[in-house]
Design a protein around this ligand. Structure first.
Ligand code: GLA
Length: 390
């Protein structure tokens, strides 16, 4: 989900943030921490069905400079929003709104889990596009968590950090997401995609070196406002849970024979939702085999099939997203799909190296013709997960 932001672009390097921290608090930070946004290569709406996902971390990230405070209270400045918010741990209540809820929620989740925290001054900046399905909120949560764990000498393993960040998003902010985004932000490593089993929480780093295959990943943000995302996301999740109940399985992950399952479901909408989840899980497993064998180009048909499944069965795409995917393919992409929760946001396309710019421009032209606003694109390189920088 996305934290509200005016999306002011800020210089996002650690030294600039240290200077900003000094200007804000008149002292030096104890450190600077970072946590990335992600794209999901494949495995959409499978995480909360106990299924499989395969995201990788972006170079775009949230940076946080922090120093402990003696008075136990919290002060948080967002350079993107140009605002400073303060709060006391004792006053934190689930349901808080605004960008600061993603910070306060992490404080709340850590304390709820029994960790003792002192207050802190935090100054943050982000270059993760907001509202684009690239997990700007998970990046913020995981950056705060990484900083607070270090500042308070808390020994919390990566997976546990992801779970705490998700707890804050689910129970404090109130978004019923799965674990994928926080797992990606904390567990991903440079050069790899993360094959993550959301039931067992087993994680495998799978080499994803597109350049060795003469390919690259184009990410194109359609800039489509996705007003429906929260309610539609919750509705999809509810349908999946209802389907699992009707089928008598703990989660849709447990459906092995999709045809038999569909025969047991009377409602065509629920049938389509189930078909998406079951086939998408199978596509993730196929994608893992393809990457393990170094056959990156063979991802393309899986990306295409995933998009068709999200469009026709899970019904989470919107016309600009479908147009971007079609034009990407028509302009030379090997395969393309929407990435993230849906109802707008980004597509990813597997394209020949050096072609991303041209294909991005072709999509922009088609958007102008269709009367849509200009999209924004970049190429994505699998990057490091949350870490201390200084
Ligand atoms: C959002 C959620 C994730 C996941 C995706 C869809 O990003 O935060 O947990 O469900 O949507 O795959």
């Amino acid at each position: 989900m996305a934290w509200p932001d005016t999306v002011r672009r800020v210089s996002n390097d650690a030294d600039a943030l240290v200077e900003a921290f000094h200007a804000q608090t008149d002292r030096r930070p104890a450190g600077v921490w970072a946590a990335p946004g992600r794209v999901n290569l494949i495995g959409e709406h499978t995480d909360y069905n106990d299924g499989y996902v395969m995201p990788f971390a972006l170079a775009q990230r949230v940076l946080i400079a922090a120093a402990p405070r003696q008075d136990g209270s919290w002060s948080v400045t967002s350079l993107n929003n140009h605002s400073t918010e303060t709060f006391e741990s004792a006053d934190l209540q689930p349901g808080m709104t605004g960008w600061q809820a993603y910070v306060a929620g992490v404080v709340w989740a850590l304390e709820e889990a029994g960790h003792r925290l002192g207050g802190a001054d935090l100054v943050l900046s982000s270059d993760v596009p907001v509202g684009a399905g690239l997990s700007s909120s998970a990046a913020l949560e995981c950056a705060v968590l990484t900083a607070l764990a270090d500042l308070n000498d808390l020994d919390i393993a990566g997976l546990e950090r992801a779970k705490l960040a998700r707890r804050s998003e689910n129970a404090f902010v109130g978004a019923p997401t799965g674990l994928m985004d926080q797992a990606a932000s904390t567990l991903c490593t440079a050069g790899n995609a993360l094959f993550f089993d959301c039931r067992t929480t087993e994680a495998e780093q799978v080499r994803f070196d597109t350049s060795s295959a003469g390919l690259e990943i184009l990410v194109l943000d359609t800039k489509t406002p996705h007003a429906l995302v929260d309610s539609e996301y919750a509705a999809r999740r509810a349908s999946c849970e209802e389907a699992a109940r009707l089928l008598g399985v703990p989660a849709l992950r447990d459906v092995s024979d999709v045809d038999t399952a569909l025969q047991q479901l009377p409602d065509p909408v629920i049938q389509r939702r189930v078909r998406h989840v079951v086939t998408e899980n199978a596509r993730v497993l196929e994608a893992v085999s393809v990457l393990r064998a170094g056959r990156i180009a063979d991802l393309a048909p899986l990306l295409d099939a995933s998009h068709a499944s999200m469009r026709d069965d899970f019904e989470i795409t919107v016309p600009p997203v479908d147009l971007a995917v079609e034009v990407a393919r028509g302009s030379g992409a090997l395969g393309a799909r929407m990435t993230g929760g849906g109802f707008g946001g980004c597509i990813i396309a597997l394209v020949p190296a050096g072609e991303a710019e041209r294909i991005g421009r072709e999509i922009a032209k088609s958007f102008a013709t269709a009367g849509y606003g200009p999209p924004v694109h970049f190429t994505a390189v699998p990057s490091a997960g949350a870490q201390r920088l200084q």
